[in-house]
Design a protein around this ligand. Sequence first.
Ligand code: SF4
Length: 343
Amino acid sequence: MKALNNRKRAMNETLSLLAGRVLDGQRLDRAEIDTLLKESERDCDDLLYWANKIRQRVFGNKIKVCSIVPGRLGGCDQDCAFCSQSVRYDTPVEKRARLLSDEEILAAASAAAENGVANFGIVYSGRTITEAELERIERLVRQIVAEYGLSVCVSLGIITTAQAERLAGAGVSRYNHNLETSERHFGNVVTTHKYADRVKTIEAAKEAGLGICAGGIFGIGETEADRVDMALELRRLGVDTVPLNFLHPIEGTPLGGARTLKPMQILRIIAIFRFIMPKVNLKIAGGRVLNLRDLQSWMFYAGATSILSGNYLTTAGRAVAEDMQMLADLGLEVERQIHNIKV
Ligand code: SF4
């Protein structure tokens, strides 16, 4: 017992030291990150404690809330093994792509504004977009910014710098394009496009001056090393928002039978990402409700600073009002961002 307590005290001192270095602006190296990994999910209270301290020091009590709308749903010819929108898998999502009308997208933007959600995302399924689709998005974004003052993010697959520049010109704040996992594991879950395509799109969006929302999905057969590699690549790319998704297995996809991660495993992942990227906005997105269950409010004490609220693309989330109540109960404040300006 005494030896155990001594070990725990020594580890807590190490974590405090590492948190201090992070807060001094130093980047943790691989060996230091490996030290964090020694904290198992069964005994990671000190890791969560220090991750929370980092969050509080960098972000105060501010939390960002985002909502998304699937502008185009399903009908995707790609083969991401976790995704129900691929036509290659027999899933509840229809094989024919469903395009939301302008009215439906504008109604979702209006609802987001009414609910106090300042960040609104339009997500298209598929590898990329056509010229006609790009023109439509430009028009809709201009309208949403003008009418609702929302900060608009878009997720349209693989794009070029020229396309990204047009999106920036239309008023898009941020481009979402996830790495999903490490380069090493990527080929095990996606074969129809390459990891390098994803990196290139992130670089193109960054070059165009867009903010970058890029993260990944966990529980897809990746190792701990894959998670750390993805975090280090995101840190190298200089992204500003990192969505963390946790597999919600959908019947019919290759990962439909995968075992979901436990809540404490998820909290530990969030905390490790907070240590690796202290200043990025860590957004807990898909799979939050299913996987964290009663421990949802703990995500902030593990270092999360943002949530995707309302429904996800193909699965139900939580009502925005319920999430807003959770934030109020925790004494956390929703950060308002009106079209690129923090207020
Ligand atoms: S994640 Fe995107 S690219 Fe991959 S199958 Fe789903 S919709 Fe298509």
